[in-house]
Design a protein around this ligand. Structure first.
Ligand SMILES: *Cc1c(COP(=O)(O)O)cnc(C)c1O
Length: 359
């Protein structure tokens, strides 16, 4: 029996993708082997990886002057890889701090000897806001500006792409593929794959080609964007199963109608949940209306002493992984691409019954 899984990551994947992977698992493309058991240098897998890249380029509208890389180590690997590829020790970068993932990126950059100019910091609101458009710019001499379009833990999402005069670097882990995006506005977009792109452990990195070839000495080869681009991300054995599943997911996204359709569906899902929360005296969402995430919806109960009971009764009703991040408490419903609207409506229905029983 499938449940509705509201986990923040690793997260729900489309049932159609899981069933296709299952059907192909023991005999992939008539090879008599699974995709995990074949050589990454063989014709079939090379084609599979190339297809995943082609699909990603088509689905996201990635221009030719951008390289697409598949790199191990998740988004956290990229917190280090971005500085290693784009800066030298002692350089300055700019960073917008909207919460915990921004702050993790900041620490990793500082550890690599960078001056990190925090050009906007939403601490005053308790990280429930994004900065006003146009209210910040890159600090003088910055090599790039880093921001987090969607803060997965706080449920805070930018409704706009910042306009800056240095390369814009985005940790899009929890928002990539959730709606259309103009890739040409960015220097680097990276995303850990375990939210909207498949299993954990890999990052997809989309990097403007003029930023390649500047890695600082000592950069591990597997994190060197130019070396990875030159080898089609096969400098060493790539995470073959992750790349294969990414291809299946992209195929699924395209069959749903692409990012336009995903965006409409995601907005409908988020609107339904926020509208219910706002209308209810029992639940509240702390995030400023202008910064509410379409992907991660935190909410608080009027009686926090019932948090544990809420989580366990929800689980009994087949609504899983609703406890908020350990640092914030309360609840969090992650409603990524693969969460159907039926799951959101079932959650609202459950919330309504729980409130009625406990108000
Ligand atoms: C999940 C997440 C990360 C961490 O990803 P890992 O693959 O665990 O390194 C980083 N940034 C954001 C915005 C995330 O949602």
């Amino acid at each position: 029996m499938r449940v509705y899984n509201f986990s923040a990551g690793p997260a729900v994947m489309p049932i159609e993708v899981l069933e296709r992977a299952q059907a192909e698992l023991t005999d992939w493309r008539g090879s008599g082997m699974s995709v995990m058991e074949v050589s990454h240098r063989g014709k079939d897998f090379v084609e599979c990886a190339a297809d995943a890249e082609t699909l990603l380029r088509r689905v996201m509208g990635i221009p030719d002057d951008y390289a697409v890389l598949f790199i191990q180590g998740g988004a956290t690997g990229q917190f280090a890889a971005v500085p290693m590829n784009l800066t030298a020790p002692g350089d300055t970068i700019s960073l917008v701090n909207t919460g915990q993932w921004s702050s993790r990126a900041q620490k990793e950059a500082a550890a690599l000897g960078l001056e990190v100019a925090v050009v906007a910091d939403e601490a005053e609101s308790g990280y429930t806001t994004t900065p006003e458009p146009g209210s910040f710019e890159a600090a003088e001499g910055s090599r790039y500006l880093h921001y987090t379009p969607n803060e997965t833990i706080g449920g805070v999402e930018f409704g706009y792409v910042p306009d800056v005069d240095v390369p814009l670097v985005a940790d899009a882990s929890s928002t990539i593929l959730s709606r259309p995006i103009d890739v040409s506005r960015f220097g680097v977009i990276y995303a850990g794959t375990q939210k909207n792109m498949g299993p954990a452990g890999m990052a997809v990195v989309i990097v403007r080609r003029d930023l390649l070839g500047h890695a600082r000495p000592g950069t591990p080869s597997i994190f060197d964007y130019a070396k990875m681009a030159d080898t089609d991300s096969m400098l060493n054995t790539p995470p073959t199963f992750s790349i294969y599943l990414l291809g299946l997911i992209l195929d699924w996204v395209e069959n749903q109608g692409g990012l336009e359709a995903m965006g409409k569906l995601n907005k409908d899902k988020a609107d339904a949940l926020y509208q219910y929360i706002d209308a209810s005296p029992f639940y509240s969402n702390p995030v400023d209306v202008s910064a509410r995430s379409w992907m991660n919806v935190p909410f608080l109960l009027a009686r926090p002493e019932l948090d544990k009971q809420f989580v366990s009764e929800a689980a009994s009703a087949g609504l899983m992984n609703l406890a908020g991040h350990r640092s914030v408490g309360g609840m969090r419903a992650s409603i990524y691409n693969a969460m159907p609207i039926e799951g959101v409506l079932a959650l609202i229905d459950f919330m309504d019954g729980f409130a009625a029983r406990n108000s």
